[in-house]
Unconditional design. Structure first.
Length: 369
């Protein structure tokens, strides 16, 4: 007896229907992909772009998280998808620590990301801001000029690109390259027209280094009497060549009070100065990467410094930065304060030794009589 043909099973009918829908384009996979740089310098904006075919009007979260040993959410942005299928968000990196981060899109209820969706990107934040040491005052008084001075030891006899952005995100200088000296020092005066917050961005041939904030306050007028004289607290500098055999001598003058003194880097420098009692003090607590620094009172007419390299084989230009004084210059004559003190003369012990020997011989002579 032959089996009656009852037709396709319900499961087969469903499979055929789905196949027909896919072939006719009535069913499509939703996709969303984000794009971010693999590496970014701290301080630069992190731009995350994306594309999606999810219907317009749907809101999507973009999450930035620190991704080291543990995951910690840092920031979250929400975008509403538009009909052009493209979106973009920007994260601020000024306050981020260097290290590994991830940008991702959490799952969206009701939509499954299929096909070629990419909802996670790894980003390395690189921080080079410690490669520049700012020596000028970060808070200055409005006098029409923003004074910028610093050292980048990794860029000697080269140059760095400087850009200055003022209040209202107005670019007031640059970007423009300025030269560096043999120890990486640089300085410039940027004309400004108003007080406020300024950001100085520095870049070298390897890329962005960092952004350094400055504050310019309105000038406060003071009444000057013969008994009072305003101190110039801006950082001033002087440069001279120094070696172990031929140290550099500097003289600092200005109003009585405490001054802050520091050296350039690149060579392990030693500073000598005379304290209020006239005793010569020696300072060498850092190395060639960090500047030597001292804070000392200028109690007389001048403060003399002696600067030379710690290693006998080193020599080069040393720049001395001073805050709180009026002037610093290279001494044209040898400062007497560093003259070697006379070694006190001591009497020869020979007569005493001879007397002891004679006494011993006399004692032995009496013994053997």
């Amino acid at each position: 007896m032959s089996r009656m043909n009852t037709g396709p099973s319900p499961r087969s009918i469903v499979a055929i229907a789905i196949l027909l829908l896919v072939c006719t384009g009535l069913v499509s996979a939703y996709e969303l992909s984000i794009y971010a740089p693999a590496t970014i310098q701290k301080g630069k904006p992190l731009v995350v772009n994306g594309t999606s075919n999810i219907p317009a009007g749907i809101s999507v979260d973009i999450v930035l998280s620190r991704s080291e040993y543990t995951t910690e959410e840092v920031a979250r942005k929400t975008v509403t998808l538009q009909s052009n299928k493209e979106f973009s968000v920007v994260f601020d990196t000024k306050d981020l620590q260097k290290g590994q981060y991830k940008v991702e899109v959490p799952s969206i209820q009701g939509y499954a990301f299929l096909g070629g969706s990419v909802t996670l990107r790894i980003v390395q934040v690189v921080d080079r801001s410690d490669e520049v040491i700012i020596k000028s005052m970060r808070t200055q008084e409005m006098d029409g000029t923003l004074e910028i001075a610093g050292i980048t030891p990794k860029n000697p006899n080269s140059g760095v690109q400087v850009e200055v952005v003022g209040p209202g995100d107005e670019v007031v200088f640059g970007p423009q390259y300025i030269s560096t000296s043999s120890d990486g020092s640089f300085s410039l005066n940027v004309p400004i027209t108003k007080a406020g917050s300024y950001e100085v961005s520095i870049t070298d041939s390897k890329g962005f280094i960092g952004t350094y904030p400055f504050t310019v306050n309105e000038r406060v007028e003071t009444v000057v009497t013969p008994a009072t004289k305003p101190a110039n607290l801006a950082a001033i500098t002087a440069t001279a060549q120094a070696s172990a055999e031929k140290p550099a001598y500097f003289v600092i003058t200005g109003p009585k009070g405490k001054v802050n003194v520091s050296t350039s880097t690149g060579i392990d420098w030693v500073i000598e100065y005379a304290d209020q009692r006239g005793t010569v003090q020696k300072v060498n607590s850092r190395g060639q990467v960090e500047p030597e620094e001292i804070a000392v009172d200028v109690s007389g007419d001048a403060l003399f410094l002696k600067v030379y390299p710690y290693r006998l084989s080193d020599k080069g230009d040393v720049t001395v930065f001073v805050e709180g004084a009026e002037r610093i210059g290279v001494a044209t004559e040898f400062p007497p304060v560093f003259a070697p003190t006379a070694t006190p003369t001591t009497k020869s012990p020979l007569p005493l030794v001879l007397a002891v020997i004679a006494f011993v011989l006399m004692a032995l002579g009496k013994r053997y009589r």
